[in-house]
Every structure is written in C-alpha cells, then in structure tokens.
Design a protein around this ligand. Structure first.
Ligand code: FAD
Length: 318
C-alpha cells in the first residue's frame, strides 16, 4: 500500500484527538506515516502506534519550535521528497491550513481544505466538503500533484488499530526565508478546565438570550463535563471571547450533544452546529427557528430552565 503522510498535531508530544482521526482516515487510503515536527516523538509514539501508524518520521531541525509556519512546510516538503506519499493529511485549523497552503505551492500540488470526509477513489482520495452554510455537500478529488487535504476535527470517530511503526529521523536545514520571523515569547492561554470546543462530546452554548450572563450556561456545562460555546451576537457584544464562537465564521463542531440556550438559530449559527448528533434548544420563543432543528426543545426562560436541568443532572450523578 502507498504511504499516506499525517502531520501530527501535538503539544510537546501530547497528541491531539484530531490526529487519531487523521490516522483512522489514512488507514482507508494506504499506510499511515506519522510526521512529528519538533521534539516529543517519544511521548507521542504510544498514541501513534495505537492508531495504526506504520511509520513515524521525526523532523529534526534546530530551533524549529521557535518558528511558525514556513519552517513546518519546508520540513514537510523534505519528508514528502523522501517518502513519496500518495496523499498528505493535516487537521483543519488556522495554522495547519497555512502550512498546507505553503506546501501546496512548494510541491505544485492541489489542495482541499476543511474536508468532512475522505474516502478512497479510483483517481485518489475523494473528499466531501460542507459548503454554503452546510446546505450543500461537495465531493472533490485533487487532479494535480500529491493531494494535500486538511480534515475538520470530528470528521470521523477514531478507531484503534495497533501497529508497531518503524522510526526514522530526518534532518532539515531551514532556509533563511523560513527563519525570517521568530517567536519571541509564549503565553499559555488561560485554562477554563473545560474540554476543547473542537473535541468536546457535549457543548452548551449561550446566545443573546443570556443578556451576557453566562453563569447558568457555564453551570450546566460543568455538570455535563461540557465545553461552552457562544453565538456571534454574544461575541460581538463582548460578553464572551471570540475563541468560543460557534458558526459559519467561528468553530464548526459536531458533538454528541449540543445545547443551545437563548439562541435563535440563524443560518450562520446552524452552519456551525447542525451536524451535532442530538440538539437541545432552550428558548422562550416557541417560534424560534432553532426549535425546528432541535431534537428536544424546552420553551421557557433559560434562567429558569437551565438551573433546574443542572440541579437534576447533579442529583442523578449522586
Ligand atoms: P438572536 O438572534 O437575537 O436570538 C436570541 C434568542 O434568544 C431569541 O430566539 C430569543 O427568543 C431568545 N431568548 C431571549 N431571552 C431568552 C431567555 N431569557 N430565555 C430563553 N431564550 C431567550 N452567528 C453565529 O452565531 N455564528 C457565526 O459564525 C455567525 N457568522 C455570521 C456571518 C455573517 C456573514 C453574518 C452576516 C452573520 C453571522 N452570524 C453568525 C450572525 C447571525 O446571523 C445571527 O445574528 C446570530 O447568530 C444571532 O445570535 P443569537 O441567536 O444569540 O441572537
């Protein structure tokens, strides 16, 4: 089978769930070759093995962790030259999409971003993208060069397939151009203690109906072990940080359960959450569009409904 490169998204070797999803997809297409840029391979190895990497390539380049995009695309290009894969998979986020774009220019290859599914096809991988606010599904195949595909988190359920990968280290000398911009400082994002929005199985989101008071939204989220999301109306009002926005111009999420509290269900919001497995809406307007999308609805004031739900969940948890 032909090698499929998977760029490992990790923090000091802690592999993100989205990479285990990519490895699961890569196994459909060929032999997954996991590429770890920077240090952390030893820590990452058990996860990469568990999800079926047949080979792990570490890119060793001095100080690469001190740089952002260009060195990573140069490093990946070096791996591509050595491994000659038949496709390259990356997780879809702002940083990796930029890496993918640089790589596509370097390799003169076609690129597909934000795939929600990737399947093998007679002429290479066939991707599915959800476009026009989720109203259309588009299937596409790269017709030039080595297909470079970025895949949205939660596109598939990660499945373990233990393997014993071979290991190799490639040394890369970064160009002067790649070293033009250097990271001078790191500040860790303030931790909420809640799961990452893109990977959370349960999300409780608040809209304008909260009036900016997220106390009850957060309390319900914590009772459920959920992440907190917000509509754009909330973010634009400065009530909650932009990093939590769900929708067309925010995060596109597919949790098992999505609770929309005080959210009307505008098409741009739906574009970010309509693929959730189960949707629960709490809205005081029985005509709100979100109710048509929801699997379960409660017509009522969120400041009355959410505390009751939180209390009942806690009672059942004992
Ligand atoms: P509203 O539409 O004002 O709805 C508030 C809801 O709360 C109402 O249904 C009301 O009945 C209910 N409510 C009020 N008080 C209570 C209460 N006490 N208890 C229960 N219910 C109550 N929006 C996004 O969310 N994400 C995006 O990514 C996004 N991208 C956009 C991109 C573009 C180009 C454009 C033009 C718009 C975009 N929007 C996006 C904005 C979108 O069109 C809506 O304006 C926005 O989603 C509305 O947010 P909301 O539902 O919180 O507010």
């Amino acid at each position: 089978m032909s090698p499929i490169l998977v760029l490992v998204d990790h923090h000091d070797g802690a592999v993100r769930k989205s990479t285990t999803e990519l490895l699961t997809i890569a196994r459909r297409l060929g032999d997954p070759v996991a590429v770890v840029i920077g240090h952390g391979t030893d820590l990452a190895l058990p996860t990469l093995s568990a999800y079926g990497a047949t080979s792990v390539v570490t890119v060793d380049a001095a100080d690469i962790d001190d740089y952002l995009i260009v060195p990573r695309s140069e490093a990946l290009a070096a791996v591509v030259e050595k491994v000659q894969p038949s496709a390259i998979l990356l997780t879809s986020n702002a940083k990796t999409k930029e890496i993918a774009a640089h790589l596509a220019v370097k390799l003169e290859s076609g690129i597909i971003t934000d795939a929600v599914d990737v399947q093998p096809g007679p002429d290479g991988p066939v991707t599915t993208q959800s476009v026009f606010a989720g109203n259309y599904a588009v299937q596409a195949t790269v017709t030039k060069g080595t297909p470079i595909i970025t895949v949205k988190p939660n596109a598939t359920t990660p499945e373990e397939a233990p393997a014993t990968p071979s290991q190799e280290t490639i040394e890369v000398t970064l160009s002067d151009q790649a070293r033009a911009v250097k990271v001078t400082d790191h500040a860790p994002r303030e931790r909420t203690g809640r799961p990452d929005l893109n990977e959370a199985a349960v999300i409780v989101s608040g809209g304008r109906g909260t009036g900016g008071d997220f106390t009850q939204v957060e309390a319900l989220a914590d009772a459920l072990g959920a992440a907190v999301g917000a509509s754009r109306a909330v973010v634009d009002s400065g009530w909650y940080p932009h990093a939590f926005q769900i929708g067309q111009t925010g995060h596109v999420v597919s949790p098992q359960l999505y609770v929309a509290a005080g959210i009307s269900g505008a098409i741009q919001h739906r574009a970010g959450m309509q693929t959730a497995k189960t949707i629960v809406a709490v809205n005081k307007d029985g005509e709100a569009p979100i109710l048509q999308l929801a699997d379960f609805s409660v017509v009522g004031d969120l400041f009355t409904v959410l505390p009751q739900a939180t209390e009942e969940i806690k009672r059942r948890q004992g």
